[in-house]
Write a protein that binds this ligand. Structure first.
Ligand code: COS
Length: 385
């Protein structure tokens, strides 16, 4: 791995995440995947180590770092289990809308709890009929005096049931479509709010995914984030900030698969020698390493670009998510192939890594949507030029 000239604090974040991975994730990752089980222990360890506060400003009890430091933590944890990391990263996803659009009171009320890891967050945009086409959501939030009444269904929501704070995008003016959407803070115990069944997934099985049901869910008006009509833009800006994190998750997962394939192929004897000695194998590992480093360099550059305060981040953010997740899908598939029968057996975690990698091409916007976003930004550049 290249030297990316991390600061002392950044190296500490990596080391803390590595230690949590070794002690609280590695020994159990296989079991959680097999049993499709969520476990609080690594989450509590992350909370104790202040990792949930990485990008929360110091005035709200966080560490005051940025996207890059968050990516370093996500990458390091993902090497051990991308499923566990999904719980962590999705809580960050739910914190962004409060950072982006919350007023002083909302920030003071929610961010310290989130930073301390006392309350997990969830971000609820997707609905049964509105996945990639996020603007076609149907959940409504009807104003009723000092309240909003929410009705509708959200689907595939990470941290459903284990989160205390839900950011829900709903239509305050259904006639206006995307421009009529607003963002709300919903508490787990709000009346009229219910959690659906836990979904059965191909990968990321240590994380929890559920539906959310709103049936005349009554929220006081101070739960509105920003202004009415800003919900879609808040959601898009949230995803712009969070997608490099999916790239970082891919890089960590790819690193795990590469190391596993390297370890195995240098010890597996066939035809009287380690299979690594055959060029078909060593060259594949060389390609994995080179492509992974390119993905890491892009993710780091984009994260640092965002932290510089750059305004046009949609395209770079989509590139980081797209390129790193495609790379890691390829790496994990090749790692299974290079390990042959061992790779295919559930006893060895590499097939889990391949299943986990698949979701990174799909969630937080499919890679097809990422390419739409990149192409849209390209077209703008051409117009300006
Ligand atoms: N930042 C700020 N504003 C943005 C924005 C961004 N990144 N992207 C779009 N907007 C604004 C547009 O400027 C437009 O505003 P105006 O109406 O004022 O002009 C509005 O939002 C609607 O944008 P657009 O017309 O581009 O919306 P589309 O319906 O074409 O959808 C995509 C855009 C496809 C990019 C969006 O639906 C999307 O990201 N889909 C994937 C959703 C997703 O990632 N889901 C994962 C689940 S959440 S983990």
């Amino acid at each position: 791995m290249l030297d990316y000239f991390l600061t002392r604090e950044q190296k500490i974040i990596v080391e803390v995440a590595r230690q949590i991975g070794e002690d609280y994730i590695k020994p159990y990752a296989h079991e959680w995947d097999e049993k499709e089980e969520f476990d609080w222990r690594p989450i509590r360890a992350m909370a104790k180590a202040d990792l949930f506060g990485i990008f929360i400003p110091k005035e709200y009890g966080g560490l005051g770092f940025g996207t890059f430091e968050n990516c370093l933590a996500v990458e390091t944890l993902s090497k051990y289990c991308a499923g566990v990391t999904t719980t962590f990263a999705a809580s960050g996803l739910g914190a962004y809308p409060i950072l982006i659009a919350g007023n002083k009171e909302q920030k003071a009320k929610y961010l310290p709890e989130i930073a301390a890891g006392r309350k997990l967050c969830a971000f609820a945009l997707t609905e049964p009929q509105a996945g990639s086409d996020a603007a076609s959501i149907k959940t409504t939030a009807q104003k009723d005096g000092d309240y909003y009444i929410l009705n509708g269904i959200k689907q595939w929501i990470t941290n459903g049931g284990i989160a205390d704070i839900y950011i829900v995008i709903a239509l305050t003016d259904p006639k206006k479509g995307a421009r009529g959407a607003s963002a709300f803070i919903v508490h787990k115990n709000d009346p009229g709010f219910a959690i659906g069944q836990k979904e059965k997934k191909m990968g990321l099985r240590a994380s929890v995914t559920t539906e959310l049901f709103f049936s005349n869910c009554r929220l006081p008006k101070d739960r509105l984030l920003g202004r009415e009509g800003m919900g879609f833009i808040i959601a898009m800006r949230t995803l712009d900030l969070s997608r490099p994190g999916v790239g970082a998750q891919a890089v960590g997962l790819g690193q795990g698969a590469l190391e596993m394939a390297l370890h195995h192929t240098r010890r597996r004897i066939q035809f009287g020698q380690p299979v690594f000695n055959f060029q078909a194998v060593s060259h594949t590992l060389a390609e994995m390493a080179a492509k992974l480093e390119a993905a890491r360099a892009l993710v780091y550059s984009v994260a640092r670009y965002i932290d510089s305060g750059a305004k046009s981040i949609s395209g770079p953010s989509a590139m980081a998510k797209y390129l790193a997740s495609e790379t890691t899908m390829w790496i994990t598939e090749r790692a299974v192939q290079m390990m042959g029968g061992f790779g295919y057996m559930r006893e060895f975690l590499v097939e889990k890594m391949m299943r986990d990698a698949k979701c990174l091409q799909i969630y937080e916007g499919t890679n097809e949507i990422q390419k739409n976003v990149i192409a849209r930004e390209l077209a703008k550049l051409d117009q300006e030029g």
